[in-house]
Write a protein that binds this ligand. Structure first.
Ligand SMILES: Cc1ncc(C[n+]2csc(CCOP(=O)(O)OP(=O)(O)O)c2C)c(N)n1
Ligand SMILES: [Mg+2]
Length: 621
């Protein structure tokens, strides 16, 4: 029997979290890298006091915005391949609900983060406390119930001793590769500060094993029979390939069998761009190489993918009527999709086993040659788009080319929303499995800079290139301040096109003329559309100066040559640098034999919308 130690509930939680470790492949590491927090009356005396009293347990990081700190935590967890995470503590009310978007993003992307929002008094004595939202139909609801919809595990700690089961269950979910995502422990502000005699062994070091489970042998045999019988097999590598560190196993399997590989957004980097089996991005934002091969594939092996509409081009990318699926996934939820053979297991262990079982088998030489040729042709297309010399303003693809050329293979490019994720998916030449970090599960504007901060905290030895549009920058740039505070260097490339290039071109394709997507003054009652011949002036935004005011070093670039020189100068800096460049809103990267289902208004008074609807009906499968 161990003794007890008298602690507040908050002190107990922090002490427990600091003792948690994970082990995979016999490598042990501490699970929590620290605790982001913004204090208010809902956590300052509880978690705030616990972090203050024992700073050696968890390093405290001050953030600017609660959503931003969850993004940073997610960037960290992704960079750590889910073997590391952050805690995020907030006050009650708005501080808490500011995290809901971050929670959804973590859960969509299956990345671990522990959220500890403060909650209203468990005792209800001072009800309604400042920022408490009461509902007339239930006494035990608080705004934190909104986390239930976006968390993989939720609990509310009504009593101090309840920390013990709640914290253990939180860890179970956070380290489970199939289950992980946002875990929320809502923590009433009075309970946080309340003392209890906790058993000492609750705080002993714990090492959570992260296993590599193998699928059922009979199902493996069935999958292998299907692969051996296929003439044009294709692998689609998703994020699970990278989190499982299965990229070497994948490369080996491809070299042995000649099966080509298309990559999802989260899976990009599974193979280096110039590998003989690489087809690059697949789906809506796919390469011509991958989409051509996908169209005729008779067997598709998905690895660690949840088959989003972007990957499947809204279920149009696989056009062979005979196509069958094999799904390697640690989560059975995803393994059963498309009626595939469900290989529920770890990606690396499963790929190694498949390589054994496929011994002696390979695709035909002609298919291998076709893949090599398509990859070579695609690289020529990338080169063309990298060097357009478009004027007077450059094209975004040239910016991507300049950043790619300036970056080292192990550097990391970070992005999330706008037109850049699609362009990066197609054009970025990945040379390292962790070199490409585009958050496209939630595609959340404002993830870029905050997420980049988390990436750099996880991998300080790499340069981190954050690509951010002007719209995303305006939504959430304030974690630049945190980067400056922590001495964390980000190289931020701010690509300005006076509004939304992405939704602007989508709007034009739907017949609505870029309505609401430009940053212009209101004139004659209108904010302007793309067909305006003499539009109102653009808004007088000076985002470069804005970044300077937050403490970043700023390099203003007026051409691609400027940008190249600026990127070299940025390498010499040891603080966060922002390179600001304007690009042509109308010079986009085309699509390559792909389709995306965005419904067009079925009736409209506008001729262009009616035309777009007719085109939609013709193209819809
Ligand atoms: C939080 C959030 N709100 C809205 C959207 C929908 N959306 C996707 S891209 C985009 C515009 C992004 O603008 P910007 O960052 O300037 O990139 P650009 O489209 O110009 O490349 C919007 C509004 C989103 N993805 N995330
Ligand atoms: Mg923009």
């Amino acid at each position: 029997m161990s003794g007890t130690v008298r602690l507040t509930a908050a002190q107990a939680l922090i002490r427990f979290l600091a003792a948690q470790h994970v082990e995979r492949d016999r490598v042990e590491q501490r699970f929590f890298g620290g605790c982001f927090g913004i204090f208010g009356h809902g956590n300052v005396a509880g978690i705030g006091e616990a972090l203050y009293e024992a700073p050696e347990l968890l390093t405290y990081y001050q953030a600017r915005n609660e959503q931003g700190m969850v993004h940073a935590a997610v960037g960290y967890a992704r960079m750590k391949d889910r073997l590391g995470a952050f805690v995020c503590t907030t006050s009650i009310g708005p501080g808490a609900t500011n995290m809901v978007t971050g929670a959804a993003l973590a859960t969509v992307n299956r990345l671990p983060v522990l959220l500890v929002p403060g909650d209203v008094f468990a005792s209800r004595r001072p009800d309604p406390v400042l920022q408490q939202l009461e509902v007339p139909w239930s006494g035990d609801v608080s705004v934190n119930d909104s986390f239930r919809a976006v968390s993989r595990y939720f609990d509310r700690i009504w009593r101090p001793e309840q920390v013990i089961p709640a914290a253990v269950q939180a860890m179970r979910v956070l380290v489970n590769q199939a289950e992980t995502g946002a875990v929320t422990l809502a923590f009433p502000q009075d309970v946080q500060a309340e003392a209890y005699d906790f058993p000492e062994d609750f705080f002993a070091k714990r090492v959570w094993q992260v296993p590599r489970p193998l699928p059922d042998e009979a199902l493996l045999a069935e999958a292998v029979a299907q692969i051996r019988g296929a003439g044009r097999p294709l692998i689609v590598a998703g994020g699970g390939t990278i989190y499982s560190r299965a990229t070497e196993a994948l490369r080996h399997l491809c070299e042995q069998t000649g099966i080509p590989v298309g990559e999802t957004q989260a899976g990009k980097g599974s193979l280096p761009y110039d590998h003989s089996s690489a087809l690059g991005a697949v789906g809506v934002t796919g390469t011509l190489a991958a989409n051509r091969i996908a169209a005729e594939a008779d067997l598709v092996v998905g690895i660690g993918t949840r088959w989003t509409d972007f990957t499947t081009a809204s279920k149009t990318v696989f056009r062979n009527p005979e196509v069958r699926f094999v799904n390697v996934n640690v989560a059975d939820f995803d393994a059963v999709k498309y009626g595939g053979v469900a290989l529920v297991g770890d990606a690396r262990a499963t790929l190694e086993r498949l390589a054994e079982l496929l011994g002696g088998w390979s695709v035909q030489a002609g298919y291998r040659d076709e893949v090599v040729r398509l990859n070579r042709e695609w690289n020529e297309e990338v080169e063309r788009l990298y060097t357009l010399q478009h004027g007077p303003l450059p094209a975004q693809s040239e910016v991507i080319g300049a950043v790619n050329a300036a970056s080292a293979p192990e550097d990391v490019v970070v992005c999330a929303a706008g037109s850049m994720p699609g362009d990066l998916h197609k054009l970025w030449r990945t040379r390292d499995p962790k070199g490409y970090h585009v958050e496209y599960g939630y595609s959340c504007m404002g993830y870029e800079i905050a997420g980049g901060l988390g990436v750099k905290l996880a991998a300080p030895e790499r340069e981190v290139y954050v690509m951010v549009g002007d719209g995303s920058y305006l939504m959430r740039s304030s974690e630049i301040v945190t980067a400056v505070q922590e001495g964390v260097k980000l190289t931020i490339v701010l690509v300005d096109n006076h509004g939304f290039n992405s939704i602007g071109s989508l709007s034009r394709s739907l017949g609505t003329d870029g309505f609401g997507t430009q940053y212009r003054y209101r004139r004659n009652g209108s904010l302007g559309v793309d067909s305006d011949e003499s539009p109102a002036p653009v808004l007088p935004l000076d985002l470069a100066t804005n970044a300077e005011s937050l403490g970043a070093r700023v390099i203003r670039c007026s051409s691609i040559d400027d940008l190249r020189a600026g990127l070299e100068r940025a390498k010499q800096e040891d603080t966060t640098v922002v390179l600001a460049i304007e690009v042509d809103r109308y010079e986009g990267v085309p699509g390559y034999e792909s389709w995306w289902d965005v419904p067009v208004a079925q009736v409209s008074a506008v001729e262009s919308v009616r035309e777009a609807r007719a085109a939609y009906e013709r193209s819809r499968p």
